[in-house]
Design a protein around this ligand. Sequence first.
Ligand code: ATP
Length: 512
Amino acid sequence: NFKNLGEILSFNAKIRPNKTYIYYEKKKFTYREIDELSNKVAKVFLKFGVTKGDRVCILLENSPEFIITYFGIAKAGGVAVPLNTYLKEEEIQYIIDNAESKVLVTSSKFEDVVKNQKKLCPTLKHIFTYDHSNFESLNMLHLAKAETDSHPNVKITPEDLAVFIYTSGTTGHPKGAMLTHKNLLSNVSACLQVFHIDHTYKVLLALPMFHSYTFTASVLLPTYAGCGIIVLASIMELKKKSFKKILLFQRPNFFLGVPQIYTALARANIPNWFAKFLYPIKIHISGGAPLPEDIINEFYKKYRKPIIEGYGLSEASPVVAVNPLNKQKPYSVGPALPGIEVKIVNDDEEELPIGEVGELIIRGPNVMKGYWKMEDATALTIRNGWLFTGDLAKLDKDGYIYIVDRKKDLIIVKGINVYPREIEEYLYLYEGIDAAAVIGIPDKQSGEVPVAFIKVKEGSRVDLNDLKDYLKKHLANFKIPKHIYIKDDIPMTATGKVLKRKLKEMVLAEMK
Ligand code: ATP
């Protein structure tokens, strides 16, 4: 019965103080060390004027410092605002300004995008770094050293705000989803009811920590259960020789990824004999974006392990559904987590019968309070206590959810619904295609038509006429992309979601 996020760390520091909590490069940190460091950091925040509900931005790469800062903010009663490390100066300015953040915690690596932020953002009072920087900042390590390591004892209730997640913006201006301590804790405990993970597990973390999925599922969940976490700086580590050593000597057994990362793992520098006999990870979960069948197959070929699919969104803390370990259904993201209700509705908000496609709406203790200072957007997204996910889905008789596509990505050709994902799945299965994306563009005759973008695998060739013939064998004519563009790269978010808005802008600019 934890009341706030700080308690999950402090509890484990009490019952297993000397257990290794974080493995990072060649360093190891125990539960007690991280708990004490985050107490000190909380006291620094309090000293520099962070009061209950104040927003503190974090712009850091994956590191123990990120985790220490996050818990430090939580213990001081502040609200952590993790920033996407790929953002440019103006995008960061937008979020600091919008969140009216007083404090930014960052590192010298981000000099270019943070050095002017104090001038640009009137609310921003202090910038902290853990290393030496050339811009005006306070040294957190130095300041924390001067503090005692006892708990700061700020009273924090489950309903207090803990985090703002700015949605990654695949659909426009980022909005701050406000999550409370209870939202996040309920989500973690519901996940643990499905996966009986205990302190004997070791989680491998490779996705960016600023993403809600990573932080909830790969940091809060293992912390709650008292596990060890192997922190990789980035997905690039999977390509290095040292990755094999991590697998061999640190032996992670639980991994949460996105589809893109499973492609990277399937192509990692791991010999087949190693994958067969020495590969230690037992449970692989995927979420965050549709998992193409092709990736499941490529991964299975190498590791002989299934990928278990789940589904969520930042506004839901983020996990909504996941397949139970021994009760998976192919193509499904599983049933809703315990405590979460789901319904499929039509545009009039009427519930649809089993098997019919409509918008997925959800209700439960994990649903955000709303978007920060965006009452209109909040009212559109949360109606009568239900979160409208914007995703099209269907349910089966056992309550398993099948995500069909995003509502806003739906293409309407001569009045008929075309789901880009259906076309994308066929493209992925075609020999030589590495990545694919389908969008709808305006068309005089049909209203809208699909167009496709493909990235060709290194060393392969794709003949567009052959590809079209193949698609015609599997899909009705109105679903065949009017154009297929071959691209060196398909623009994606840091968590592997295709930036369809960018693709659309590109095509529309070309059409003018
Ligand atoms: P924005 O809302 O600004 O576009 P975003 O969509 O990237 O940002 P996230 O919360 O990161 O925000 O992503 C949630 C979305 O990811 C879901 O609404 C859904 O469309 C998609 N998604 C997540 N898991 C899956 C899955 N297993 N299959 C298909 N889509 C998924």
